[in-house]
Design a protein. Sequence first.
Length: 368
Amino acid sequence: MLTWSDAKTKAFQTTLLDWYDKNRRELPWRKDHDPYHIWVSEIMLQQTQVNTVIPYYHRFMKMFPTIDDLARAPENQLLKAWEGLGYYSRVRNMQRAARQLLDDYDGKWPQTKAGLQELVGIGPYTAGAIASIAFNQPEPAVDGNAFRVFSQLLEIEADITKPQTRQLFETVIRKLIPHDRPGDFNQAIMDLGASYMTAKNPDNENSPVRAFNQAYLDGRVADFPVRSKRLKPVDKQLAALIIHTPEGYLFQQRASNELLAKLWAFPLLANETDTEVEALPTVLAEQFCDETEIKVALRWVAGPAVTHTFTHQKWHIALLHADLRKQPDLSHFAGRVVPEAKFDQLPVPTVQKKIWQAYQKRQINLFD
DNA sequence: TAGACGTGGTC
DNA sequence: TGACCAAGTCT
């Protein structure tokens, strides 16, 4: 697979690192090599673009400056810091890992890739990144950039969506990574993948490593990386229950085993069939309210459904509204009534913000 | 192993 | 609008 001579390998390392030394991005988590800083940034950067992460990183470090702060944080505060970033299990796992570090490791970081992978939420990529950047270990950190860059440089045809392909790339990169600057090497690959060797509109003519890019030399850049197609999101019909009471609106904390776990939102019920639609007021009444009142108060909100697309599901949400004259009984309900002025204190998913915006607009329309 | 797990940017 | 992408991990 890798046919480069030692001289070519050395030339590649030198070319890449010289370019990196002059052109590296100054990023907030590149000011030092503190493993906590590297860790937080790497978790945030999973499947998330750099420009999105930067403000979150600053806020997070202000709120949780140390591992102890992270370990002790209330879950709602933690999720609030992550609100809008997505993949919320990342931050819940980070707190679990912080507690692991304090309880089982005496607060001392494992410094090997294998040791780091024992921590919850740290997989092969993040372990490689922390090991190389924070602890100077010659370990690969194979992310999407590394897949794209090395698949083009070496015309590697393996499907990068297959788990076993990662091992192939790690084996190759181990032969290329310089032992004196492994962290800079890995970060240089990422900077390269974010500048000249991007997925869309790459600029290989001006790339510092164009002479090493076999796919470019062969006019085959578009053929790499090889990746099987993704599944289309499945459509789901839902009804959002917008329950207004004298004290505010009813929010539900989503269960830990469902999508958007532990976040707060208006109750969402399945709305796939006519039968389910007819049963909605009863379901609602059983859960947290007096049935007769609910049946009188509940009505559909006019207007098109709110749509929200996840990686694997596309939600179509109709809105149901009820105005209650008294507080519902919430003793058997995982939720609370929140005044509008305090909505921003709860961690909510983006789809909840969309529902609220649509509801506000349509309520005005009803009075037109 | 394949599918679950979010969101925002881009074309 | 839809399809794809962005510093992946867990089950």
